[in-house]
Design a protein around this ligand. Structure first.
Ligand code: C2E
Ligand code: MG
Ligand code: MG
Length: 602
């Protein structure tokens, strides 16, 4: 089977070469015809050459319509014809035999064994016919006494033919073997170069290649890139081999949805690309839903309990740009999905590129700001509503960029998280606050506590607790005066870990405050289990005081709950007297907001 393929491969190669030399062959024949015509040699030879030149031209014209085998057969015939003609004009001499031999070489090289045997038999027939035709002409083969001349010639001819067939056939066998070996290694190299070793599906080189090769086939469709959001988490929690299993399982499930001529590839560590044929957005989104359902029903790895989450960027392709551009756009859409994180499936639109450029500039400036430590820390007071006394302050970071102006921490803190730099930033802020604690005491009195906001990824990072311990010890600040404000979001994925970190922090003496309480998840769930000291009622909740009468009973409930768990309650974002009065009435312990003061530099 393989041998047959290589025969075809050789034939094809020869045909390519053959097509290339046809014009040259014809030119040579015509030149030879002209030379003979001008020389004293018999003009009939010029006619033969001219005919051969003509044959080459015909082959040239019909080269795409004739099969390779037919062209090779004609090429075999040419030396025979030349041999016959040269014999008829010049007598039977060695040239005629050589030409017959030559046609046999070509036959053995390119035809099957059976066909080349037929050529050999025909050659023997031609030889016998030539011999009889030339009987009486002088020949220079030595004559042995008693043995007929024709018989010696015949034996020598058949012998040469047999030797030639054997030698050429073995050369051809050797050539085929070498080509097979070469092909094997090429296949191996191809697999290594174009396939992902882990999942066995094509890689990004293959995707690039296919996007070029299938440009006529992929006229309409969708190119999407799916990024596994939580692969890093899975790798670090369950180990890299579990991550590998996840990748294989994902490739298997994607593979189930991919249909004939569609394309699935793993284009980077945690990114898969899919080319789907779909008539419109609706059709494409249906395919996505089908994938989602496949993941719900098919994804199963006993070791990994996490649900696999994806960010997806896609672009519809309608042939107005190249497939490479569509891929680029799908990648941009994915980057957009990753940076915003608000929506996990994003379709490309033209404004994205500009926004992403701005975003990446912002990230660059932020990175520089972190290196140059240009952040400032402002402090906002938290006041006892009964006495008006400042009980504590909250440290709030400020970034005033020379080129971009002032940027809100609501914008740059999540960005730092996304850049995996939140821990470095958090360390800088905590050190600064600890350094400034003395001055805070000078300003507000030595009873003052200070709250520091801690980013989720910093909180759960490996060295967090050790860092806090050594920084607080080195600063000499009493740990009881430090409060860490933590949002509920971090609890969702890492509850047990957070529980143990809180435990250690409280052992050190640091207090924990649950920030933005009431703004998000099922906070009550956590309250029962978490060791915390303080609840900070979110501004969105406080804002309801003036517009929603039912908020009173909710505030009462929170206060009762807090008193059961012995929690300090702080209301943030308090701006009006009405809000203040209400919070005072329900027994809120501390009030923070513009009603008393805005965040200020020390
Ligand atoms: P947060 O911890 O909930 O801080 C309260 C935010 O509400 C602060 O915004 C504060 O300036 C603002 N605020 C306080 N009182 C009022 C008021 O009466 N009216 C209004 N409209 N706003 C008020 P800011 O400083 O822009 O900080 C926003 C968020 O950024 C913070 O929310 C916190 O989550 C985060 N953040 C700020 N600094 C840091 C930091 O150093 N580290 C970390 N990890 N996050 C920080
Ligand atoms: Mg806070
Ligand atoms: Mg808050």
């Amino acid at each position: 089977m393989i041998r047959k393929d290589y025969n075809t491969m050789i034939l094809n190669r020869i045909e390519e070469q053959f097509n290339r030399v046809l014009p040259l062959g014809s030119m040579v024949s015509w030149a030879s015809a002209l030379a003979i015509y001008l020389s004293p040699i018999d003009n009939r030879f010029a006619l033969y050459d001219a005919l051969i030149g003509m044959l080459f031209i015909l082959l040239c014209i019909f080269k795409n319509r004739l099969t390779a085998e037919l062209k090779i057969s004609i090429t075999i015939l040419i030396p025979i014809v030349i041999g016959v003609l040269s014999f008829m004009d010049g007598g039977f001499d060695s040239a005629a035999i050589q030409l017959i031999m030559l046609s046999n070489v070509v036959a053995v090289l390119f035809l099957s064994r059976k066909k080349s045997a037929v050529v050999a038999v025909v050659s023997i027939g031609v030889f016998i016919w030539l011999y009889y035709y030339s009987h009486g002409h002088p020949v220079d083969i030595p004559v042995k006494s008693g043995v007929a001349l024709w018989f010696i010639q015949f034996i020598v001819f058949v012998f040469y033919l047999a030797v030639l067939h054997t030698v050429v056939y073995s050369i051809r066998g050797y050539l085929l073997e070498s080509i097979e070996e070469l092909q094997d290694s090429m296949e191996r190299i191809f697999k290594l170069a174009y396939y992902d070793q882990l999942t066995g599906i094509p890689n990004h080189f293959y995707l690039d290649k296919m996007l070029l090769e299938r440009r006529h086939q992929y006229k309409r469709g969708y190119l999407m890139i799916a990024n596994i959001k939580n692969l890093n988490l899975i790798n670090s929690v369950y180990g890299e081999d579990a991550g590998d299993e996840v990748l294989k399982e994902i490739a298997r499930i994607f593979g189930m949805e991919v249909q004939k001529d569609e394309l699935l590839s793993r284009i980077s560590g945690n990114e898969f690309s899919l080319w789907f044929f779909a008539p419109d957005d609706e059709g494409f989104l249906r395919r996505l839903d089908a994938l989602r359902m496949l993941f719900d029903t098919e994804f199963y790895l006993p070791r990994v309990s996490n649900k696999i989450e994806f960010n997806i960027g896609f672009k519809s392709h309608d042939g107005t740009c190249t497939l490479q551009e569509t891929l680029h756009h799908a990648k941009l859409a994915l980057t957009y999905a990753k940076t915003t994180d608000a929506v996990s499936v994003v379709s490309y639109d033209a404004t994205m590129e500009e926004n992403l450029k701005k975003d990446s500039y912002l990230r660059k400036r932020l990175d520089d700001a972190l290196e140059d430590d240009v952040f400032e820390v402002y402090y906002q007071t938290k006041v006892d509503p009964l006495t008006g006394k400042v009980i504590s302050v909250e440290a709030l970071s400020r970034w005033n960029d020379t080129a971009l102006g002032s940027i809100s921490p609501n914008e740059f803190v999540p960005m730092l998280e996304g850049m995996n730099r939140a821990d470095k930033f958090g360390e800088i802020v905590l050190r600064r606050v600890l350094n400034e604690y003395g001055r805070l005491c000078d300003k507000y009195g030595s009873h003052i506590s200070v709250s520091v906001n801690i980013s989720p990824s910093h909180l759960i990072s490996a060295g967090f607790v050790d860092f806090v311990h050594s920084a607080v010890t080195a600063s000499g600040v009493t740990p009881h005066k430090i409060i860490f404000e933590i949002t509920e979001a971090v609890m969702i994925e890492n509850f047990d870990r957070v529980l143990s970190i809180f435990h250690t922090l409280r052992d050190i003496g640091i207090k924990i405050s649950l920030d933005d309480f009431g703004s998000g998840y099922s906070s009550l769930n956590y309250l029962a289990k978490l060791e915390i000291d303080e609840l900070k009622i979110d501004k969105s909740f406080v804002d309801q005081i003036e517009i929603n009468s039912r908020i009173d009973s909710m505030l009462d409930a929170i206060m009762r709950l807090a008193s059961d768990y012995k929690l300090n309650v702080v209301a943030e974002g308090v701006e009006t007297k009405l809000q203040y009065d209400k919070l005072l009435e329900v027994g809120c312990n501390e009030i923070q907001g513009y009603y008393f003061s805005k965040p200020e530099p020390l």
